[in-house]
Design a protein around this ligand. Structure first.
Ligand SMILES: [Zn+2]
Length: 379
């Protein structure tokens, strides 16, 4: 396992791309000075102008904004309406009741009360639980099917409703260094379909796991042909925004009534106490990610701070050592109840996915780390 020399990204990250020992995200952050945010805003506005189809229905929505009810959503929705002057329809793929947290429900209501039109599509609960367990067993990822539905719902509804401009907040290529989704430029989101979670393993496993074909529809990303036919364009907003960051977004959103989860970082491993508010199982996935790739959410969190010059790599190592891979027994227990397995079975499935070069495993138990953060590990 090798580390980026500037941040704490490892070369085990899916679609990681390093040049001269530096990861793609650090490479991009060094070039950010080109063109101020006002120039970028103009570029984005021109692109939107070109994207919007002329023969729209009268009174139709200008665009769709994919939202989750979390911190980024609040800001995106306001930005699109107030800064870009567009009439947005917010589309939210909501979690099934057993998965959605109290805070998630509250925050979604808060967003609706701000005066936006929202369509919330919720997957059939039993299918959602079944597919989560299936993705856990087959891919070591409890959220794979959930993420597939999150990313697919927005373009699916855009196509159905004939609204061709879609906004997402952050560009995953820049944010976390997934080179497969890199587009034509920093606004271009049309390669989102190549996101690791949507492509790896294909879709046959999902179609096989459901009892009727229609039950899989909610999870399938529309094809390139469907995009082409309806002239669908996806744009990332983050690039045109001078103060787009996790911290700024959660401060803004809190001021707009978003409820956070303060003081839970030792249970969730989430240092911001502001991400993944809508449900708890993503915390499990962040822990699994740590077992598979040697870095977790704390690393992503500190990487952003290293790139913005807020902390040093050495300070970041201390934080990543403490928080990466944390996820409380309670959250795990709730998940096992949700999908219908025992806690021992949970750890046994987990152990199938652990990178044994960097972790020690034993039956029915939590894996133990045998590497030091920030130091290349020979296996
Ligand atoms: Zn880096």
């Amino acid at each position: 396992m090798k580390y980026c020399i500037k941040c704490l990204t490892t070369n085990l990250r899916p679609n990681a791309s390093f040049s001269d020992g530096i990861c793609i995200a650090c490479t991009y952050s060094g070039t950010e000075a080109v063109g101020g945010s006002s120039v970028k805003l103009k570029i984005l506005q021109n692109k939107i102008q070109q994207s919007r189809t002329k023969q729209r229905n009268k009174g139709a929505y200008d665009c769709i904004v994919g939202v989750s009810g979390g911190k980024d959503s609040t800001r995106q929705a306001h930005w699109v309406r107030d800064r870009l002057g567009l009439r947005p329809l917010l589309v939210c793929c909501a979690y099934p009741p057993k998965q959605m947290s109290e805070i998630g429900a509250k925050n979604l209501s808060n967003l609706i009360e701000m005066g936006f039109d929202i369509i919330a599509a919720t997957p059939a609960p039993q299918t959602a639980a079944k597919l989560s367990l299936e993705s856990f067993k087959q891919f070591g990822n409890v959220c794979k099917s959930t993420e597939m539905s999150l990313f697919s719902t927005v373009p699916r509804l855009a196509i159905e409703m004939g609204v061709n401009t879609i906004f997402w907040g952050e560009n995953p290529a820049l944010q976390v260094g997934d080179s497969a989704v890199e587009g034509f430029d920093e606004f271009d989101g049309n390669n989102l379909r190549h996101l690791n979670t949507l492509t790896s393993g294909g879709v046959d496993w999902l179609k096989k796991a459901v009892s009727f074909p229609y039950l899989s529809e909610h999870y399938l990303y529309p094809t390139e042909i469907e995009f082409e036919k309806k002239k669908i364009n996806i744009f990332y907003l983050g690039a045109a925004w001078d103060d787009w960051s996790n911290d700024d977004n959660s401060i803004y959103a809190s001021l707009q009534g978003l409820t956070l989860r303060p003081g839970e970082e030792l249970d969730t491993g989430d240092l911001s106490n502001a991400s993944m508010l809508d449900e708890e199982f993503t915390n499990i996935n962040m822990m699994l990610k740590f077992f598979k790739f040697g870095f977790g959410r704390a690393t992503d969190f500190v990487n952003e701070k290293i790139r913005s010059g807020n902390i040093s790599r050495d300070e970041a190592i201390i934080i990543a050592e403490k928080y990466d891979g944390l996820c409380s027994d309670e959250i795990i227990k709730r998940y096992t109840e949700y999908v219908g397995i025992t806690v021992t079975e949970f750890w046994d499935i987990t152990n199938n996915w652990v990178n044994k070069d960097i972790f020690n495993t034993s039956p029915g138990a939590r894996p133990l780390k045998k590497f030091t953060v920030g130091v290349d590990h020979e296996s």
